[in-house]
Design a protein around this ligand. Structure first.
Ligand SMILES: [Fe+2]
Ligand SMILES: [Fe+2]
Length: 348
């Protein structure tokens, strides 16, 4: 399977993963004649999909959690946010069950470099972002050998980290033009609003609330709302901060196109040790595929290919399925392991 933009859909391709919209199934895996759906998908804010064709048949894209767990988490979160908006309070039973599934999936997964494979539509952006941030945070937590109790607290806080956004003015939150300084100040209120909202629920742990409050703090004190320096920010908030920025950069939002994992890697690393914790970044990028399986890459020898599989010890040197030569002519497919051919590199 591989991920392609809607504009590259061809008649011979089949859908490789179910597509959901607001937790209901939109298109089932295996669907053919995908060009019939291009316009409707684009209307929902979907810009790329997973497909299988003859060059990507045997390529798998490992995800950290199953599709069922993802849907369960989004469902639970949607329910929680709905009750919170309408009644000002919520029950944590549903959320707690979703956390069980998340943790179970993570511990069952094989030790591979993953890439998150969820595709967000315009309407469920926040849900997808919260679930992805949680998965990425838990992956770090797992590497740091957190206890199960700690993992649950981290999951709870990460799922609810942006709950304060539900109290913001949607006209400002979803504004596509640049924000004025007043509007920016309004957005910056969401950590405190979230913290206060979570204080009203006695079943939420204080540490989970702190994650909502501190996830925009930065080591050098340049974050908000309290401008806390690194030594005063909780470890879990530093974890969520990395997951949050990475997901924001790599997923499509109404106001920007997504970046590649590699571009996001460069941006996060440029803040390493100054704004974001260097050791945690190291742990983070040991779990993430910089060039995810199924992505199209150009090599320094002039050929193009699709990433077939990962070399766990060298995230920058995966195995590539070469699909065309220097002149762009189709070739008989062959695989090139960049760990064996050290003279060739991925250039874009
Ligand atoms: Fe936030
Ligand atoms: Fe966030």
């Amino acid at each position: 399977m591989r991920r392609i933009p809607l504009s590259q859909i061809q008649p011979h391709m089949h859908l490789a993963r179910d597509i959901y919209h607001l937790n209901s199934l939109l298109l089932r895996e295996g669907t053919s004649n995908l060009d019939r759906y291009t316009a409707s998908l684009a209307n929902l804010g979907i810009t790329s999909i997973y497909i299988v064709d003859n060059i990507s048949e045997d390529i798998e894209i490992p995800d950290a959690i199953t599709e069922q767990t993802r849907v369960k988490c989004k469902d639970a979160l949607q329910d929680t946010l709905f009750h919170f908006r309408t009644e000002g309070s919520f029950d944590t039973t549903c959320l707690s069950r979703a956390i069980d599934s998340l943790i179970e999936d993570l511990f069952a997964r094989k030790d591979v470099l993953i890439s998150l494979t969820d595709i967000a539509t315009t309407d469920d952006n926040t849900l997808v972002h919260s679930v992805s941030t949680t998965v990425l945070s838990l992956l770090m937590g797992q590497r740091l050998n957190l206890s199960e109790v700690e993992m649950r607290v981290l999951a709870e806080g990460a799922l609810l980290h942006d709950i304060g956004k539900t109290l913001l003015d949607p006209a400002i939150l979803f504004k596509t033009e640049p924000l004025t300084s007043e509007e920016f100040a309004h957005i910056q209120m969401h950590p405190l609003l979230g913290y206060r909202a979570l204080q009203r629920n006695p079943l939420i742990t204080e540490l989970s609330r702190l994650l909502a409050l501190q996830h925009h703090e930065r080591l050098d004190g340049s974050g908000y709302p309290q401008h806390l320096p690194g030594e005063d920010t909780h470890l879990f908030a530093k974890i969520v901060a990395i997951a949050d920025v990475y997901d924001a950069l790599t997923s499509e939002r109404c106001y920007h196109k997504s970046m590649t994992n590699h571009q996001a890697y460069e941006i996060l690393m440029s803040d390493s040790g100054t704004k974001l914790d260097a050791q945690l970044l190291h742990v983070f990028f040991n779990n993430i595929a910089i060039y995810p399986n199924g992505s199209l890459v150009r090599l320094s020898n002039g050929t193009r290919g699709i990433v077939k599989s990962q070399n766990k010890e060298a995230p920058f040197r995966p195995l590539i399925r070469i699909i065309d030569d220097i002149n762009g002519e189709t070739v008989k497919l062959y695989d090139l392991d960049l760990m064996k051919d050290l003279t060739t590199q991925i250039i874009s």
